[in-house]
Design a protein around this ligand. Sequence first.
Ligand SMILES: NC(=O)N[C@@H](CC(=O)O)C(=O)O
Ligand SMILES: [Zn+2]
Ligand SMILES: [Zn+2]
Length: 431
Amino acid sequence: MSLWIINGKIWNEEKGALQACHIQLADGVISSIVDGSEKADTGNAEVIDAEGKLVSPGFIDMHVHLRDPGFEHKEDIATGSRSAAKGGFTTIACMPNTRPVIDTPETVQYVLRKAEKEAIVKVLPYAAITKNELGRELTDFAALKEAGAIGFTDDGVGVQNAQMMKNAMALAKSLDMPVIAHCEDDSLVEGAWASEGEFSRKHGIKGIPNESEAIHVGRDVLLAEATGVHYHVCHVSTEQSVRLIRLAKSVGISVTAEVCPHHLVLSDEDIPGLDDANWKMNPPLRTPRDVQAVIQGLEDGTIDMIVTDHAPHSAEEKARGVDLAPFGIVGFETAFPLLYTQFVATGKWTLSFLLKRMTEDPARVFSLNTGRLTVGAPGDITIVDLDSEKEVDPQTFLSKSNNTPFGGWKLQGWPVHTIVDGKLVWSEQSK
Ligand SMILES: NC(=O)N[C@@H](CC(=O)O)C(=O)O
Ligand SMILES: [Zn+2]
Ligand SMILES: [Zn+2]
């Protein structure tokens, strides 16, 4: 079976421009790329007429929450994967803060088997650093790796004990596996949900200080230096963290980092008030100065990639009020149009800059065999209508949850087809 994508446009790096082309996919891989001025010999193959739309490597999201097992009222592997496909993602890496926590080989296998049966995109599971993410006892890293985990993280909470983190890093290093860290010192955060800044001052509420994140980043880059592990920082949100990662990279420490669309686009000063928990996420929206610093960090290569941290929660849970509602927002179905509209359509970034942070760079950092459009590469492709403009309507999300602060935003550049291993898995027309 072969599939042709005709009349699309791919980014040509040398020319710094989009170039017309036809792409053939066969046996799951990209089998030929033909210049758009030539005629594609499609024979009796299935054909997608991309009509001048962007043909990109499928987006890769190395930080997502699929909530399966245990919290399937928020999301499950099937719906999470459909939501991802609609956002143009073809590979997603899911976090272990499920119930049970993904801390045994059996649970890793559960995720992989269910993904094999029900997911329409590639799902890569992380396993927990500590049992039940309680920070007390390391999991069996060797067995978890053997079962198919791609890295270790206690995302959702920070590893509070430095010796525990150092032991985890040494063990991960011996297995050639990365440690992925949610950086948060609990003692500095207690009871707060918004950042220390204009918003917390105006409303007279306790703020989360920037050091709560950066103190772990500083500790961990030193531990990464001591152990030699590949250390990856989750959802970087502060100026201080960016500074520490930049310094660590400059002295050759093996550190990489990610940032979320919401931390690039929103600050605490955008939070409308105290009655909408769709503005509550972890890390919190920081000050405009931090937003500028994470943008700068991404632009100068300190931060390697963009991830959504897709964190679905039910409407009922989010309606409990800002103090009681869980932290987190969904991200798959708004990520690309949000960043395209804010940074590419405004001329701040080139299209290729954005695409690389969502394709090539995560693939490079996590050694994934995908993320590029070359003959022989897996047929993971996203087709985007860069001209289409649409309002974000959370009610139309394929995710089970619709906890987003971006409802009603008018955005440009919506994915229209998603192809995984040469197979069309989602189309705008099919909804
Ligand atoms: N980001 C969030 O606000 N929430 C995440 C946990 C996490 O990513 O730390 C969740 O699991 O809901
Ligand atoms: Zn986290
Ligand atoms: Zn997360």
